[in-house]
Design a protein around this ligand. Structure first.
Ligand code: E4P
Length: 217
């Protein structure tokens, strides 16, 4: 399973990249705003900065909600850097735009997916990635992981090549369960990746090894 980091924070992206296990980055307008990135030119520059840090795909989201606007913005984003994947919302106009981008060789990430039916439509339109938001489903007492299983089954039934990008990952158990189900990618905060490192027996064992080494030297 690939690991993407879900942030626009360059320091955290660098930290994850330095760990050597990062495969890509996802952003969204809220994450860009959180970092204080405003204005078209600054936003476009920030995407290029991210691409220059990470070896892998970088999702950049369109703001337009109409077909023509999405195409214009998406083409501009795709031109920025070969690593850019255009993130398009799961709407009627969005599905049309994904189909257009697919036909024109532009890679896409269909975002804001909350049902198996939406995921099926995204795959039919040729999306490179589909992003089911598991954390936000869990937030409303609906099993986000069950959605990942359903999409896995549907895509495998028909050999869809769209990659399942489990999004809105909140913690390490989301990561582990997504890997068990067979999500192709997960995107989450740095804590969901670094949390995988932790085990008290590792700390206790390491301390013991070092103490024993010191005794004999
Ligand atoms: C997906 O690409 C989104 O950026 C993201 O995963 C949303 O996560 P959130 O629900 O934690 O905001």
């Amino acid at each position: 399973m690939k690991f993407f980091i879900d942030t626009a924070n360059l320091e955290q992206i660098r930290e994850a990249q330095d760990l050597g296990v990062l495969d890509g980055v996802t952003t969204n307008p809220s994450l860009m705003a959180k970092e204080g990135i405003k204005g078209k030119n600054n936003i476009l520059k920030h995407y290029v900065d991210i691409c220059n840090i990470v070896d892998g795909d970088v999702s950049a989201e369109v703001i337009a909600t109409d077909f023509e606007g999405m195409i214009k913005e998406g083409e501009e984003l795709a031109e920025l850097h070969p690593q850019i994947v255009v993130k398009v919302p799961m709407t009627k106009e969005g599905v049309k735009a994904i189909k257009y981008f697919t036909d024109h060789g532009i890679r896409t990430n269909c975002t804001l997916v909350f049902s198996a039916g939406q995921a099926l439509l995204a795959a039919k339109a040729g999306a490179t990635y589909v992003s089911p938001f598991i954390g936000r489903l869990d937030d409303i007492s609906t099993d986000g992981l069950e959605l990942i299983s359903d999409i896995r089954l549907i895509y495998d039934n028909y050999g869809f090549e769209t990659k399942i990008l489990a999004a809105s990952v909140r913690h390490t158990m989301h990561v582990i369960n997504c890997a068990k189900i067979g999500a192709d990618v997960m995107t989450g905060p740095l804590s969901s990746i670094e949390g995988l490192l932790k085990h008290p027996l590792t700390d206790i064992g390491l301390k013991q090894f070092l103490d024993d080494y010191k005794k004999g030297n």
